[in-house]
Write a protein that binds this ligand. Structure first.
Ligand code: ASP
Length: 297
């Protein structure tokens, strides 16, 4: 069985295309996932992740990230960190220990600095202008990457700046194991993006994994988890998107949005930009016309 990767949003498309070259070399799955996510974190044009992320209501960028290894079920996560260049690298480094896997705020920053992770002022001019002009843009996304390697080992990583104008200290689903991400190599992995409070109430990533455990493939598991939850909460949440990859290498994506782009990659094909069409409830492969009309990240 070969390599398979799936990631959220168009912002991961470019790097997913590039990491295809890494799949045939001796890179670990963790390195590949980190490469895709750090590329998005370092790009100031993506205003919902890392450098250039949108600030909280006090004008400060606070970042969250998580990582899980599907073989050992070890995980690492950090939340509400300021001035850390690549939160995903800090989160993934925390999987090594038996305890202290999830660090938040000042403690997480202290750990990052003590362990030599790079710091950076994360607020860009563009993000500051949006803040000062109180742009009424409830913009937010999370870059999520799930992968499976040649040996069947699986892992997932996520990184986000969370909701624009959030309360200082607010933490969404992304760094919360079971809500923003979950991965078990014997079953599959899942990750979420959207309004974190709505995702956490449904613990949606573990929900997708549990449906895969019952035998549903990745696509059906995403649909079952999302639609069952929406029914339970009277269809109120309107910004939830899920991706999944099952142990057999099938991928899935599902969303309440009209267009939710995600990227799939394996070693035999170029990266493909797919989209889940929320109104039509189906997955399409995007084309130039779709790209020209799509305005999001
Ligand atoms: N889930 C993230 C949060 O609530 C934001 C997003 O993915 O859109 O912090």
């Amino acid at each position: 069985m070969g390599y398979k990767l799936i990631s959220t949003w168009k912002m991961s498309y470019h790097k997913m295309g590039e990491v295809k070259r890494m799949l045939k070399k001796k890179y670990s799955l963790q390195e590949i996932i980190e490469t895709v996510i750090t590329d998005v974190e370092n790009n100031p044009d993506f205003h919902s992740v890392g450098f250039g992320g949108l600030p909280n209501r006090e004008g400060v960028v606070e970042l969250d990230a998580g990582y899980m290894d599907g073989d050992s079920l070890a995980f690492g996560a950090i939340s509400a960190v300021r001035n850390i260049k690549n939160p995903i690298l800090v989160a993934s480094s925390l999987i090594k220990d038996r305890t202290n896997n999830y660090l938040t705020g000042k403690g997480a920053e202290k750990y990052a600095k003590e362990n030599g992770f790079k710091t950076r002022k994360m607020l860009t001019k563009k993000a500051q202008e949006k803040y000062l002009n109180k742009v009424k843009e409830e913009s937010h996304d999370t870059v999520c990457v799930i992968g499976k390697d040649l040996n069947g080992s699986m892992a997932v990583g996520v990184s986000t700046s969370g909701l624009f104008m959030k309360h200082p200290g607010r933490v969404g689903d992304s760094p919360i194991i079971g809500s923003g991400f979950y991965c078990d190599s014997q079953i599959g992995g899942a990750a979420a993006t959207g309004v974190g409070e709505d995702i956490m109430r449904g613990c949606l990533s573990i929900s997708v994994v549990n449906y895969m455990k019952q035998g549903l493939d990745a696509q059906k598991a995403c649909e079952r988890a999302l639609f069952t939850y929406l029914e339970r909460v009277n269809n109120k949440p309107d910004e939830i998107s899920l991706i999944a990859l099952d142990k057999d290498g099938n991928y899935g994506g599902c969303s309440t949005l009209e267009d939710f782009p995600f990227v799939v990659l394996d070693e035999n094909n170029e990266a493909k930009l797919m989209a889940y069409k929320g109104k039509e409830k189906r997955v399409i492969e995007t084309d130039d016309q779709w790209l020209a009309n799509y305005k999001g990240d």
